[in-house]
Design a protein around this ligand. Structure first.
Ligand code: KE4
Length: 438
């Protein structure tokens, strides 16, 4: 029996069979296809608070939360009310609205490095536009990204790091011509020496370094001491821009993002996910002198039919206002820490090597092939993590009503709606699941 293929998921299996005739791989985004955990994707029927129910009526505590956006949980009453109110006024005008001013003001107030911001419709648009802006502002062609960091699917960013610590980018997706990645340089995350080497060889041509300040797309990997400040120092000295891709970490590792945790001042910041509260929103922002290069203030072109639309603006506004309320973020962070401690203790009791990390409302757990290994970058993640063991854990937890990311190389998220009861239920399920794996 393939794991995950039981009658518990019969309706999901039917829906997936139909979906595969209609959508490539049966999904609208690859990671949802469960390729790395096997079995059939669980189809969701509805969500409420920390839970969702699948097409077979099974209830789960949800730690994916739409891959980060739902920091208030599913269908938060304040978000529902704001959307219900706004939708009667229209859904989009293609014209400026006060709501865009309001969300922009709030983002500028909350994110230290942002003096001016442009709303777009996804994280991909945010990073793609920020990199175009960096190239326009510096009049340089090259960019540096880090292996294992994901910044959306723009051509120049779909690059497979070479075997060395730094290499010229080679496209890793068909359809990306070599010219699109010829100026994309790749280094290992947490490897400042690799970055210095690239600047030594290419410094005057490097427009920007783009980094996930906490890596959440190779599993969860925290920056080593001095890494982020090192990037800030190196880029400033070289006249290149530092871009923090906070699409995932923004408002999640702290209300002011990772830049407020490590007190780093990036030139540009990319946002997404939480800023839309579950509706499609991305944003890029930063120093005024740079942002004023963006059309129509300046010559760098970027546009979007639904950018800043009122439904997405109100969902984002209400979401950010709710997490700013006294004690809200601390509550989420405390529950995340309790979850991480519970997973660590349960793994120790079962004698299973598990690397658990967390910061703010994000967490990650790597099943290690051997005890004592430590994952600090994509190379060690690929070498030491055990995706098969993770897949078994994923399905054992799903059977107990806990929905984790369907991939070892993703992060987990906690919401304001997750209470102590959900954390206790999750840790209990993990203890049972890990005992089965031992
Ligand atoms: P979107 O284009 O998917 O809105 O954002 C791209 C993006 C940019 N930067 C970071 C740091 C991101 O994590 C993402 C998107 N994250 C993935 C989950 N790891 C989205 C899930 C998916 O692709 O379906």
């Amino acid at each position: 029996m393939t794991i995950g293929m039981t009658s518990r998921y019969a309706r999901s299996q039917e829906l997936f069979a139909a979906a595969q005739q209609l959508l490539p791989g049966g999904v609208n985004s690859p990671v949802r296809a469960f390729r790395s955990v096997g079995g059939t994707p669980i189809f969701v029927q509805r969500g409420a608070g920390p839970h969702f129910w699948d097409a077979d009526g099974n209830r789960y505590i949800d730690y994916v939360l739409s891959w980060g956006p739902l920091i208030l949980g599913h269908a938060h009453p304040a978000v529902v009310e704001a959307l219900a109110q706004q939708v009667t006024q229209g859904t989009s005008y293609g014209a400026p609205t006060e709501l865009e001013n309001q969300l922009a003001e709030l983002v500028i107030e909350m994110v230290p490095g942002i003096e001016m911001v442009r709303m777009v419709n996804s994280g991909t648009e945010a990073t793609m536009s920020a990199l175009r802006l960096a190239r326009a502002f510096t009049e340089r062609p090259k960019i540096i990204k880090f292996s294992g960091c994901y910044h959306g699917h723009a051509d120049m960013l779909l690059v497979q790091a070479g075997s060395g610590v730094a290499t010229l980018g080679l496209p890793d997706s068909p359809g990306v011509p070599s010219g699109a990645t010829a100026h994309t340089l790749v280094a290992e995350y947490n490897d400042l020496e690799a970055v210095r080497a690239l600047f030594k060889d290419h410094g005057p041509e490097i427009a920007a370094v783009i980094v996930e300040p906490v890596a959440g797309n190779m599993g969860l990997v925290l920056p080593e001491a001095g890494f982020l400040q090192g990037l800030r120092d190196i880029t400033r000295e070289a006249g290149s821009l530092l871009i923090f891709d906070e699409v995932m970490t923004g408002f999640r590792v702290a209300p002011g993002g990772a830049q407020s945790v490590w007190n780093i001042d990036p030139d540009l910041t990319c946002l997404g996910k939480v800023i839309g509260g579950g509706l499609p929103v991305g944003a890029y922002g930063g120093k005024r002198a740079i942002m004023e290069k963006v059309a129509p203030a300046g010559p760098m072109y970027q546009a979007g039919t639904l950018s800043g639309n009122p439904l997405a603006m109100v969902a984002g506004l209400v979401t950010l206002q709710q997490i700013r309320r006294a004690g809200a973020f601390e509550q989420i962070a405390n529950h995340t820490a309790a979850l991480a401690d519970g997973l660590r203790t349960a793994a120790e009791a079962a004698g299973i090597p598990l690397q658990v990390g967390h910061l703010g409302s994000m967490f990650g757990a790597y099943f290690l092939k051997e005890a004592g290994q430590r994952i600090t970058d994509y190379r060690s993640a690929r070498q030491y993590a055990d995706p098969q063991q993770y897949a078994r854990f994923f399905w054992l937890m799903a059977a107990r009503g806990v929905y984790l990311a369907p991939s070892q190389f993703e992060a987990g998220f906690v919401s304001l709606a997750h209470g102590e009861a959900e954390i206790v239920e999750t840790v209990t399920a993990a203890r049972e699941a890990l005992a089965e794996l031992a």
